[in-house]
Design a protein around this ligand. Structure first.
Ligand code: HEC
Ligand code: HEC
Ligand code: HEC
Ligand code: HEC
Ligand code: HEC
Length: 259
């Protein structure tokens, strides 16, 4: 738990450093500047809770792609006054809020339909629906500083419930960490192979491996660790055939460059 807090703290420090860089990005983008939520909230002091939260959106992929506050919080981004803009915007502790913890998967799912669908198939989603407990999208990705978790951080998230004290599947954090490492390794491996092998036959094998890696990433959202490993094994199967074929490597010594 302490580690998680440290991680969150480190994160907010990193992102407060991006403040100035962030300002320049949306100064260039007229559409975002005309969004009253962004305009007003970016002028709020970082010393207040709401100010700090608002600024944490900066530097995120969502800011980059113009996913503004209203897309997740609701409200009217064309209204000029705070009162009118905030119609429909509630604190996340209010069950009517789009970002009340039970509503979060659906809100994110407006744009991330595939991940949302997979998540609704999971045991954890049912738990979230019935008891209000269980991980949701922001447990693993953060709320506005939307990132993808690293293996150690992921293990910490799972360990909140899966540990020796509580006793439900205490092996989960270690396994989850190992599986995420395997996924990252597969992504690195296919990236390297794509540069080395370019023949048509190799392309087919690489496409098949890529499809399996994409399925593995999506399968995270069901929490089915064994299914994820299954997809990665398929991916490694295809990559292994690329290696054996040794067809028209672009570089002279592919062997020495590969793992
Ligand atoms: C003219 C300025 C202004 C505009 C426009 C504005 N806000 Fe705010 N907003 C504020 C201020 C100031 C607060 C802090 C209010 C407080 O602490 O009572 C706030 C608070 C919030 C909160 C925290 C609510 C809570 O109770 O925890 C959210 C979420 C929020 N705004 C989202 C939005 C969204 C989404 C939009 C656009 C649709 C928007 N705001 C437009 C000034 C503005
Ligand atoms: C990708 C979705 C998303 C975007 C975009 C987004 N937020 Fe949030 N925001 C959330 C979620 C989810 C939470 C609450 C859950 C949490 O923090 O764990 C939250 C929490 C907050 C809070 C803390 C108050 C509360 O109700 O918990 C404020 C203030 C806030 N957001 C303001 C903003 C502002 C201002 C913007 C735009 C500059 C913005 N948000 C953009 C998803 C988003
Ligand atoms: C209005 C649409 C929209 C909403 C709502 C939205 N996102 Fe996104 N999100 C995007 C876009 C666009 C990208 C850029 C990548 C892409 O095209 O998929 C993105 C990227 C991401 C990424 C990839 C980050 C990376 O570093 O690769 C994650 C994770 C993510 N979103 C999680 C969330 C979560 C969690 C929520 C809800 C709190 C959410 N999104 C709500 C549109 C949205
Ligand atoms: C168990 C933790 C966990 C939960 C809960 C979770 N995700 Fe993910 N998510 C991941 C992992 C792990 C990846 C893949 C990371 C990688 O490829 O390195 C991922 C990837 C993503 C991506 C793709 C990022 C990209 O760069 O293409 C999106 C979008 C996303 N998740 C959205 C969501 C949404 C929406 C929810 C809620 C419905 C959600 N996630 C819930 C762990 C989680
Ligand atoms: C908020 C608490 C909570 C968090 C956080 C949590 N889990 Fe769980 N998880 C549970 C509960 C409760 C069960 C069900 C135990 C039972 O069957 O009685 C469960 C069950 C599971 C199962 C077995 C599912 C099945 O179908 O039998 C797996 C696998 C799992 N969790 C993986 C994870 C992973 C991976 C993470 C971290 C990304 C995680 N969990 C985070 C509460 C949590």
């Amino acid at each position: 738990m302490f580690k998680l807090i440290k991680y969150l703290l480190a994160f907010s420090i990193v992102f407060s450093g991006l403040f100035v860089a962030g300002l320049q990005v949306y100064a260039d983008s007229g559409a975002v500047v005309n969004n009253s939520c962004v305009r007003c909230h970016m002028a709020l002091s970082s010393s207040s809770f709401v100010g700090t939260k608002s600024h944490s959106w900066k530097g995120s992929i969502h800011q980059e792609r113009g996913v503004t506050c209203d897309k997740c919080h609701g409200g009217d981004p064309e209204a000029k006054t705070e009162r009118l803009a905030h119609v429909g915007v509630f604190s996340s502790s209010n069950p009517d809020s789009e970002v009340f913890y039970k509503n979060i998967p659906k809100t994110c799912g407006k744009c991330h339909g595939a991940e949302y669908y997979k998540f609704t198939q999971s045991f954890h989603y049912k738990k979230l629906e019935t008891t209000g407990q269980g991980p949701n999208c922001v447990t693993c990705h953060g709320s506005m500083v939307t990132s993808v978790l690293q293996p150690d951080d992921l293990a910490n998230v799972c360990e909140r419930c899966h540990n020796g004290r509580i006793g439900i599947f205490p092996y989960v954090p270690e396994k989850a960490k190992a599986v995420l490492l395997l996924l990252q390794e597969s992504k690195a491996l296919i990236g390297a192979d794509k540069k080395l092998y370019t023949s048509k036959d190799d392309q087919k094998l690489l496409d098949s491996a890529q499809a399996n890696i994409s399925s593995a990433r999506l399968e995270w959202h069901t929490f089915d660790l064994d299914a994820i490993v299954g997809y990665l094994q398929n991916a490694y199967g295809s990559l292994g055939k690329v290696n054996q074929a040794q067809k028209t490597p672009v570089h002279k010594k592919p062997q020495s460059k590969k793992k």
